[in-house]
Design a protein around this ligand. Structure first.
Ligand code: ADP
Ligand code: MG
Length: 700
């Protein structure tokens, strides 16, 4: 019989209620299951013993056999420390304790052989080891131990309270004894055979007590695969359930509006990728299920027109549509652009933002509720309770990374039955991450830029080259081009940043004086009307230079602007740099991006700048970003912690992730409800994971 792994950890011999409390609080270990899944961070080779005269000043972990020859207590500022002299036949060193001294002095005997283990310090001409693990040589030799010793995750509090790595290892050992090493298999025989995996039982044993490097590697592979497999399985099932439970509005036809636009007013030929994505969206909208689709496309790939044509399908079927954008500037730009396209079609379109006047607002509310208004564009203002639609059929969110999950779901609830949802993003989510985090969304990708675009030339220049850069700007302006100069604006140092921006602006005005040059400035502290005025001057070409903060980061589209100067570029994140660069290269002209920095650069900054210079590919850049920052950070705070993996690493174990997804799909394709006997282990494990919410930890 196998033991019940949901047993509270208190019941394990050698744990007790005090330790159980600590394990719960510090490591989140509540049950036997949690303990068995506490995987070591790394392993130490304990087959090796050092002599004191072999020690190097490199702070490494070493194991030494020797004797304690004396104790002394030394007073220090706060409390005292206990120092023991420790010797072997080659020399002497010190062992040091700052805590638990009474216990140490009572339990350790002088002149008896001990094995000590820990990190060494070199101080005052002597090696010392703070808080070593100490074990009598006799016990050490008796103890069955594997060559590879696990190092478990720990916290300061745990080690302060005496729950050392050795204690954890012991209680894990106890768990193996109580369970007789019998752990239920959690994958199907098919998978085990096909992937040549070791059994669950063997994997657990070797992850905690590796018999050899080779078995450890196989144990790690098996457990990583399993972890990722169940995440993928859950995401795919969630997606299926969603599709079958939540009925969407089937948009049965493509009608007058879409066809007229397509035949008579389309301003350019769609790219293959745009056509393909439109087909995917069209299929979703026409089916009975509610669409939940993520549209990824690099900056400038032409997502807006796809969004617009999707809205036309909604209108063709008698529904309303809305488009929400993260900033006022972007909303206004979308409105201006789409308004032009709506005019010849007689489609009514309005914009609603924080600065919309009350009287206009009222009219919008009315026309939304009585169905006169077809399309509403706007910012977060769309989410206000007062904004009610007669029949919202399609909600589109632009630059979705700027919005939180709640905002997405608020849009959802705008109707009695949820509208179709299309979220668009130009911050490419690396495929790996998209698969793990958005595995429950369908994903479309526009992986092709409109024809005739020239790759943007990107260079990195130091501040001392500013004069050359200014000369370059003059030359470009002389050719009729326009230029962005962007300053960082980071929340924590906001007032300093505004000062930098204004200083920068003044010096640019000096170098580019009127009447030859006209300069716009836009930043977050300006009134929306002033911002809009300055934007319009730039869009119309009345000004040649736009000095701005990152308010222009997303979406802004001025095709004649061909130079992007980014000041203090080392302070920007990679995806932000890529977004900013995407503001140029939108017309037919050769465009440039110049990254200005000071001389002092951190290694990460250097990597970011080099990546920008080397690559124009948003997906490649996103992968580097993911490596530099880790997944939590990349998704923004609202999504951090979503990938709380126990053993796999979505970056390093990318291959295993792909394989896990492949096999999860395949398993469900062959047996959608997991009813076959051969999948018994899988459905049982899955149910258990869902029941004990282990799997939900991964996904918000
Ligand atoms: P993004 O995907 O970054 O939102 P936009 O939708 O703003 O990109 O499109 C960028 C520019 O490319 C716009 O000026 C748009 O009119 C133009 N564009 C989009 N699709 C095409 C196409 N198929 N052919 C030519 N130009 C296009
Ligand atoms: Mg856009």
């Amino acid at each position: 019989m196998s033991i019940n792994l949901q047993t509270p950890i208190d019941y394990l011999k050698g744990v007790g209620s005090n330790r159980a409390d600590l394990l719960r609080k510090e490591l989140g270990i509540h049950t036997y299951q949690d303990l068995i899944n506490l995987f070591p961070n790394r392993y130490i080779d304990r087959t090796q013993y050092y002599k004191i005269n072999q020690l190097q000043r490199n702070n490494a972990e070493v194991q030494i056999i020797g004797k304690l020859t004396s104790f002394k207590e030394i007073s220090q500022k706060r409390g005292k420390r206990l120092v023991a002299n420790f010797m072997d036949e080659t020399g002497a060193m010190e062992l040091v304790w700052f805590r638990g001294q009474k216990w140490i002095k009572e339990s350790l005997k002088l002149n008896k052989p001990y094995v000590i283990f820990g990190k060494t310090n070199w101080f005052n001409g002597k090696f010392s080891m703070p808080h070593p693990e100490v074990e009598a040589l006799e016990a050490h030799e008796k103890n069955l131990r594997s060559a590879m010793q696990p190092v478990y995750p720990s916290t300061e509090k745990l080690s302060n309270k005496g729950i050392s790595n050795r204690v954890i290892s012991k209680i894990v050992q106890q768990l193996f004894i109580e369970s007789n090493g019998k752990f239920t298999e959690t994958l199907s025989n098919n998978l085990i055979d096909e992937l040549n995996l070791i059994s669950k039982r063997e994997a657990l044993f070797n992850i905690h007590f590796p018999k050899s490097q080779a078995l450890l590697a196989r144990a790690q592979f098996r457990l990583k695969f399993e972890e990722l497999f169940y995440i993928q399985l859950q995401l795919i099932i969630k997606n299926q359930v969603h599709k079958s439970k939540i009925k969407g509005f089937p948009f049965e036809k493509v009608g007058h509006y879409f066809n007229t636009f397509f035949k008579e007013h389309l301003p350019f030929e769609l790219t293959h990728a745009q056509k393909r994505v439109l087909k995917e969206i069209r299929a979703d909208l026409g089916s009975n299920a509610q669409m939940n689709r993520l549209l990824q496309g690099d900056v400038g790939s032409g997502k807006t027109i796809v969004a617009f044509m999707s809205m036309l399908i909604a209108i063709d079927n008698g529904f309303q549509a809305c488009l929400m954008a993260p900033t006022e500037i972007l909303s206004v730009q979308h409105y201006n652009g789409l308004n032009l396209l709506c005019k010849p079609l007689n489609i009514s379109i309005k914009i609603l933002t924080g600065s919309t006047k009350t009287s206009t607002r009222k009219k919008i509310h009315e026309s939304l509720e009585n169905g006169e208004l077809h399309i509403l564009i706007g910012t977060h203002a769309l989410l206000e309770d007062k904004v009610k639609f007669k029949n919202l059929g399609l909600a589109i969110i632009d630059e979705q990374h700027r919005f939180g999950v709640e905002q997405r779901s608020k849009l959802w609830r705008k109707n009695t039955s949820p509208p179709h949802v299309l979220v668009m993003t130009a911050t490419p989510i690396p495929r790996t991450l998209a698969m793990s985090v958005y595995g429950d969304l369908d994903v479309s990708v526009i992986d092709e830029l409109p024809p005739g675009r020239k790759a943007i030339k990107t260079v990195h220049r130091y501040d001392k080259n500013r004069l050359n850069v200014f000369k370059f700007i003059r030359d470009e302006i002389a050719k009729g081009r326009q230029v962005y100069i962007v300053y960082p604006l980071i929340q924590e140092s906001e007032s300093m940043d505004y000062k930098d921006l204004m200083d920068g602006y003044e010096s640019i005005v000096r170098d580019f004086p009127p009447p030859d040059y006209q300069i716009s400035i836009v930043h977050g502290k300006m009134k929306p009307a002033d911002k809009e005025y300055e934007m319009q001057r730039f869009i119309k070409g009345e000004t040649q230079i736009m000095v701005a903060t990152t308010v222009i980061e997303v979406g802004v589209n001025v095709p004649n602007a061909s130079v992007m100067i980014i000041e203090s570029a080392e302070r920007f994140g990679l995806s932000q740099l890529h977004q900013l660069r995407g503001r140029v290269g939108r017309g037919a002209e050769q465009s440039y991006c110049i990254l200005m920095t000071s001389h002092k650069l951190s290694n990460d900054s250097k990597t970011r700048l080099e990546t920008m210079v080397k690559s124009n590919d948003g997906f490649e850049i996103a992968e580097v970003d993911l490596r530099l920052r880790g997944p939590g950070d990349l998704m923004g705070t609202q999504q951090s912690g979503v990938l709380n993996l126990k053993i796999a690493d979505i970056i390093k174990d990318n291959d295993i992730l792909h394989s896990a997804r492949y096999y999860a799909k395949k398993t469900l394709q062959n047996d959608p409800k997991l009813l076959l006997t051969e999948n018994q282990a899988i459905i049982n494990t899955y149910k258990e994971l869902v029941r004990y919410k282990n799997i939900w930890n991964y996904i918000s």
